[in-house]
Design a protein around this ligand. Structure first.
Ligand code: WT7
Length: 649
C-alpha cells in the first residue's frame, strides 16, 4: 500500500460503538481482557473447560522446548467425541448441526445424532481399510457434508487429515500427498459449480500416477456423472461406508496428538505443511467462535462462507462450531447461481444470525449492487465477520449498512493458517469499531508491532506484526521440517512469532494490517507465493525466465501479474502464447493461480546481485511512474520493458 493510501486510511474517523442490547448480554466484556492480562495461564486453563477431556490436563503451557510448544500436554481427549457424541449425550441429538444447501437447490438438515452415526460409519470404514492412529488421509472434495464427515472420522481414529482445496490441480494434490505420505484419499465423482456438474475424480487418478503410498480411494457419489473406478483400489462411499455399523468406540488421544496438516504457500516455492494438534486447537477454536462472534449456541445460526479447503473452513465451519454445539449453514456453490441474491436468499431462508466471509466477496457484492440484498429479509443477522485480508473502509461500511442494516458490529478478524484461531479482532460487545482496523489482540493473545531491531514502535508508527506469547491453537511445526519451522517463524525476532505481515499502530494504539512483507500474495483472500507461480511458468518449455508480482486489484485485493522471457527457440511464442501459459499455471497449481496478465518481455530488471526487482515490476503492473532504477545492472531495461508494452498494447 502506498504511504498516501495508508494515511488516508488512518484518517478514517467513522466510529461504530457496540449496540447496547448486544453489549448488555455480551460473552466478552472488559473484565475478560482484565482476567486474561492478570493471569495468562489461569485464563487458558479456564478456557480448557469448554472441552470434555478423557483425562483432564493439569498443565497449561509447556514452553520448555521453545519454539516447540505443548498445550494441556498431560490431558487426553477425542476431537470427534467433543464435536459429536457429547452433545447427543447432553440431550442435543435432535439439534441441527448443519443445514446443507447444494448448488442445484437440494437440501439436507443433519442433526447431531445423525452426524454422529455417519461419522462412526466412516470411522469404521477407514479402520477396515487399515488406517491407524497417526496415518494420513487426504480429503479432496467439494463443499458437501461428507467432506466434514470424512474429517471427523479421521479425527475420531486419530488419523491426521490433509484437506486439499477441490479447486487445486492434480499436480498440487500429488505434491501434498507425497510430502505427507498419505495412504487413503477421500474424494467425489464431482461437484456442482455454476449450474453444471464438474468432475473431480479424474484429477485424483492423474495425481495417483505419481503417488505409490496411496492404497485406496473412497469416492462419494455427488453428481452421478460417469466416473472411472480402478478395481481393487477405488470404493464407492455409499457402498463401503454405507454398510458399516453406526456404532464406533472412540479412543482418547494425548492433547498433542496431530489433528491435521494443512498446506499453505510460503515465500519459497514449496508449500508448507502446517501441523495442528488436538487439545489446544479445539480450545482455541471453540473459545474464539464464542468470543469473537458473541456466539449464543442455543439460538444462533452461524454461517462461515469459506471452503473446507482453507483453514477458515477447518476452524469455523467444522471444529469451533461443532465443539460449541452450534448450528451452521453449509453451502456448496457460487454466490451468483442461479442469481446474484443467492446468499441473501439463504440468510432469509435459514435465519442466519452470524455471517463470516471475505472482503473480496463483499467487494463483489458491492459491484453487483445493493438491489440484490435489498430483495431479502436480512433482519436475523446480528454479527458480521470479515477474514483473509484487510477490509477496506468502504467495503466495511457497505457491509454494515446493506447487509447488517446498520445494526450489526463488523468484526475484522486477523489470523493465519498457522495461528489456527483468531488473534486480532474487535469484540462485538466491547470494541468501538473503526472501518479498516482489526483493532486489538483478543483476550488471551499478546501481539505487538516492532521495528527492524525488534523494538516496539510508538503509537502512530508502523513495523512488523509479532506475537509475544504462545497460544493454544498455534501450529506446532511444519510437517517433517522442524528446522524450517524455527527459521520461518521464530528466528527473525528472537522469542517472538514473526507473522510475515506489516502493521501500524494508530494514535490510539489500535492495529491496522498492511499486507505481507514477504513474497506472498493475497488473491481473493488466498495465499499464493510468487515463487510457486514463477516455478510453474518456468516448467513450461517455452519459458526461460519468469517474475511474478501481486498488483492491486479492485475486486480480488491483489491480482497476479507475470513477466516472462521466452526461450530463444520459442521465437515469439505464437499468437496464443499468453493463453497457453495462463492455462499451464492453472493446470500446475489450480485456477485460482491463473495470472490476470502475462507480459512477454526481453529482459527482467535485476540488482547487481541478481535479485529480480519486483518493486519496479509492480510499478509497471499498477501503471505507476517508475521508482528508483539506479541499483539495476542495466537501468535501460525498465524503459525498454515500458516502451515495448505500450507499443504492443
Ligand atoms: C494471511 C494469512 C486466516 C484465514 C484466511 C487466510 C492475511 C488474514 C486478515 C485480516 C488483514 C489478513 C494476512 C495473513 N489476513 N486475515 N483480517 N486483515 N490481513 O489465511 O491463507 O493463512 O493467510 O492473510 O496477510 O498473514 P492464510
Amino acid at each position: 500500500m502506498s504511504d498516501e493510501a495508508l494515511s488516508n486510511l488512518l484518517r478514517e474517523d467513522r466510529r461504530f460503538p457496540p449496540p447496547a442490547e448486544l453489549a448488555a448480554h455480551a460473552n466478552v466484556t472488559t473484565a475478560t481482557y482484565e482476567q486474561a492480562d492478570a493471569d495468562f495461564e489461569g485464563f487458558w486453563a479456564a478456557q480448557a473447560e469448554r472441552i470434555s477431556w478423557g483425562k483432564a490436563p493439569t498443565q497449561v503451557l509447556d514452553w520448555s522446548n521453545a519454539p516447540f510448544a505443548k498445550w494441556y500436554a498431560d490431558g487426553t481427549l477425542n476431537a470427534a467425541y467433543n464435536c459429536l457424541d457429547r452433545h447427543v449425550e447432553n440431550g442435543l441429538g435432535d439439534k441441527v448441526a448443519y443445514h446443507f444447501e447444494g448448488e442445484p437447490g437440494d437440501t439436507r438438515s443433519i442433526t447431531y445424532a445423525e452426524l454422529t452415526a455417519e461419522v462412526c460409519q466412516a470411522a469404521n470404514a477407514l479402520t477396515e481399510l487399515g488406517v491407524k492412529a497417526g496415518d494420513r488421509v487426504a480429503i479432496y472434495m467439494p463443499m458437501i457434508p461428507e467432506a466434514i464427515m470424512a474429517m471427523l472420522a479421521c479425527a475420531r481414529i486419530g488419523a491426521p487429515h490433509v484437506v486439499v482445496f477441490g479447486g487445486f490441480s492434480a499436480e498440487a494434490l500429488a505434491t501434498r500427498i507425497q510430502d505427507c505420505g498419505v495412504e487413503i484419499v477421500v474424494t467425489t465423482d464431482g461437484g456442482f459449480r455454476r449450474g453444471s456438474p464438474s468432475p473431480l475424480k479424474p484429477a485424483v487418478d492423474e495425481a495417483l500416477l505419481e503417488c505409490p503410498t496411496v492404497r485406496n480411494v473412497l469416492v462419494v457419489q455427488r453428481t452421478k456423472q460417469d466416473t472411472p473406478m480402478t478395481e481393487g483400489r477405488d470404493l464407492w462411499w455409499h457402498e463401503f461406508v454405507g454398510k458399516q455399523s453406526t456404532q464406533h468406540a472412540y479412543e482418547n488421544f494425548p492433547a498433542e496428538h496431530p489433528l491435521y496438516v494443512m498446506y499453505t504457500s510460503g515465500s519459497t516455492g514449496k508449500p508448507k505443511g502446517i501441523l495442528h494438534t488436538t487439545g489446544g486447537y479445539l480450545v482455541g477454536t471453540s473459545y474464539t467462535q464464542w468470543a469473537t462472534f458473541d456466539l449464543k449456541p442455543d439460538t444462533d445460526i452461524f454461517w462461515t462462507a469459506a471452503d473446507i479447503g482453507w483453514v477458515t473452513g477447518h476452524s469455523y465451519l467444522v471444529y469451533g462450531p461443532l465443539a460449541n454445539g452450534s448450528t451452521s449453514l453449509m453451502y456448496e456453490g457460487t454466490p451468483d447461481t442461479p442469481h446474484r441474491g443467492r446468499w441473501w436468499e439463504l440468510i432469509e431462508k435459514y435465519k442466519v444470525s452470524i455471517l463470516y466471509c471475505a472482503p473480496t466477496a463483499i467487494r463483489t457484492f458491492m459491484k453487483w449492487g445493493a438491489e440484490h440484498p435489498e430483495k431479502f429479509d436480512l433482519s436475523s443477522l446480528r454479527v458480521l465477520g470479515s477474514v483473509g485480508e484487510p477490509i477496506n473502509p468502504e467495503a466495511y461500511v457497505w457491509y454494515r449498512h446493506f447487509i447488517g442494516g446498520d445494526r450489526t458490529p463488523v468484526v475484522d478478524t486477523w489470523w493465519q493458517t498457522e495461528t489456527g484461531m483468531h488473534m486480532i479482532s474487535p469484540m462485538p460487545g466491547v470494541t468501538e469499531g473503526k472501518p479498516g482496523a482489526a483493532m486489538r489482540a483478543i483476550p488471551g493473545v499478546v501481539v505487538d508491532v516492532v521495528n527492524d531491531e525488534g523494538v516496539p514502535v510508538a503509537d502512530g508508527e508502523g513495523g512488523y506484526l509479532v506475537v509475544r506469547k504462545p497460544w493454544p491453537a498455534m501450529l506446532r511445526t511444519l510437517w517433517g521440517d522442524d528446522k524450517r519451522y524455527a527459521e520461518t517463524y521464530w528466528s527473525r525476532f528472537p522469542g517472538a512469532y514473526f507473522a510475515g505481515d506489516g502493521a501500524k499502530k494508530d494514535s490510539d494504539g489500535d492495529i491496522w494490517l498492511l499486507g505481507r512483507v514477504d513474497d506472498v500474495m493475497n488473491v481473493s483472500g488466498h495465499r499464493l507465493s510468487t515463487t510457486e507461480i514463477e516455478s510453474a511458468l518456468v516448467s513450461h518449455p517455452k519459458v526461460a525466465e519468469a517474475a511474478v508480482v501481486g498488483a492491486t486489484d479492485e475486486t480480488t485485493g491483489q491480482a497476479i501479474v507475470a513477466f516472462v522471457i521466452l526461450r530463444g527457440d520459442a521465437g515469439d511464442g505464437g499468437p496464443d502464447v499468453v493463453t497457453e501459459l495462463r492455462n499451464h499455471v492453472s493446470k500446475e497449481i489450480g485456477p485460482i493461480a491463473k495470472p490476470r496478465q502475462i507480459m512477454v518481455v526481453e529482459e527482467l530488471p535485476k540488482t547487481r546481485s541478481g535479485k529480480i526487482m519486483r518493486r519496479l515490476l509492480r510499478d509497471i503492473a499498477e501503471n505507476r511512474e517508475l521508482g528508483d532504477v539506479t541499483t539495476l545492472t542495466d537501468s535501460s531495461v525498465m524503459h525498454l520493458i515500458k516502451e515495448n508494452l505500450s507499443s504492443s498494447s
